[in-house]
Design a protein around this ligand. Structure first.
Ligand code: SF4
Length: 374
């Protein structure tokens, strides 16, 4: 499996959000420059230099200072030739004109902004560093600098968020005529401020039905916009779907660089060491910075093919499944597929099995059926 994509992890943030369980650290007093040197060292060790997609995420890559950002961008361009999508994650308040111009100059062609909501009260509850007006300024400035592909992340099912609040945020996002929206419902994760507040009875969440109603509205509203749904939580204009994320959903190979990053190379899934100092130590002693790695069995790969592929509207390709595993999808999952089709959770077109509208709403239950069937 030839690797054609890479993910770079920048695990620093200027403020820690109340709901966040990502791999990130408050940037102050972190050895950011040393980290970047090690990251560049790790990238230089990769065999493949020609990539189709690159995604720089975090944390928040735009938390880096201008010189740090430039150092990273120069190194990426020295090490890799990126022929397609080159995305950067960004926080709206950190996207200054100077940083935008820098990103543009070094070939970044897609911005993925962590907006989450347009509601000032909710932004505060989430502990975000940006204000509503920063979103408008960031999108305007990005367009002025020449970015033609802008994606916004929006969250729903937030504490104190009514159905109307979400409706309003989504419509404000659409008014900006951006090119792509990713939208996820909040899940309370252990070891977050939100989780502790919830356990102490200090956080009121909307009930599950409201969350489902918001998701249904999201799908209907987006399909009545200039964007279309192409994955459970992702919507884009034609030509603006995330090619990088499709690599994950199609269960293809990619590099993961940086502390805590994961990759999938030559049939091996690996996760790098974390935290930052451990990662730096490994690289400095010329070791591969791997915490653990595993080679999924053929059965595990086939399960992954199903529950990742079914996330996409197009679904799982019957012919690609055969090419990859040398066995027909029906021979492996025939009974499960026909049970799910009978329940109208899955449908079949010429070369694809995909989720029905009902199947999308209870996607996780559908995926579990494939885990049990192998
Ligand atoms: S900016 Fe993103 S990565 Fe950083 S704390 Fe907030 S949600 Fe987490």
């Amino acid at each position: 499996m030839k690797v054609k994509s890479a993910y770079i992890h920048i695990p620093f943030c200027v403020k820690i959000c109340t709901y966040c369980d990502f791999n990130k650290y408050f940037i102050q007093n972190q050895p950011v420059d040393q980290y970047l040197d090690c990251l560049i060292e790790e990238m230089s060790m990769s065999e493949t230099r020609e990539l189709q997609t690159m995604f720089v995420g975090g944390g928040t890559p735009t938390a880096l200072s201008v010189p740090q950002l430039e150092k990273l961008l120069i190194a990426i361009n020295k090490i890799f030739i990126i022929s397609g999508e080159y995305s950067f994650e960004a926080n709206p308040d950190e996207l200054t004109i100077e940083k935008l111009k820098l990103l543009k100059r070094y070939g970044v062609n897609r911005l993925s902004m962590g907006v989450q909501t347009f509601d000032p009260k909710l932004l505060e509850i989430l502990g975000r560093s940006h204000k509503t007006e920063d979103i408008y300024a960031a999108v305007k400035n990005a367009r002025t600098v020449g970015f033609e592909s802008i994606s916004l992340d929006l969250m729903y099912h937030l504490p104190q968020q009514s159905f109307e609040d979400f409706q309003k945020s989504l419509n404000l996002a659409l008014e900006l005529d951006i090119d792509h929206i990713s939208s996820y419902g909040l899940i309370l994760e252990p070891q977050t401020q939100f989780y502790n507040m919830y356990r102490k009875g200090k956080l009121s969440m909307p009930n599950e039905d409201v969350g489902e109603e918001m998701y249904q509205y999201l799908i209907t509203r987006m399909n009545n916009s200039t964007m279309h749904q192409y994955e459970l939580s992702n919507f884009g204009k034609i030509g603006h779907e995330s090619e990088h994320n499709k690599v994950y959903w199609k269960n293809e190979g990619y590099y993961g660089f940086g502390a805590g990053a994961s990759g999938y190379v030559d049939g091996e899934r690996y996760t790098n060491v974390n935290p930052v100092n451990h990662y730096i130590k490994k690289i400095k002693s010329n070791e591969r910075p791997i915490l653990h790695s595993t080679k999924p069995t053929k059965n595990e790969q086939m399960e992954e093919e199903m529950f990742l592929g079914l996330r996409m509207n197009e679904g799982v390709s019957i012919s690609r499944f055969y090419q990859k595993f040398n066995i027909s999808i029906n021979e492996v999952f025939g009974q499960t597929l026909s049970d799910l089709m009978e329940k109208e959770l899955i449908k079949k077109s010429e070369d694809y099995y995909s989720l029905t509208e009902r199947g999308k709403v209870i996607g996780n239950e559908v995926f579990e059926a494939f885990l049990l069937s192998v």
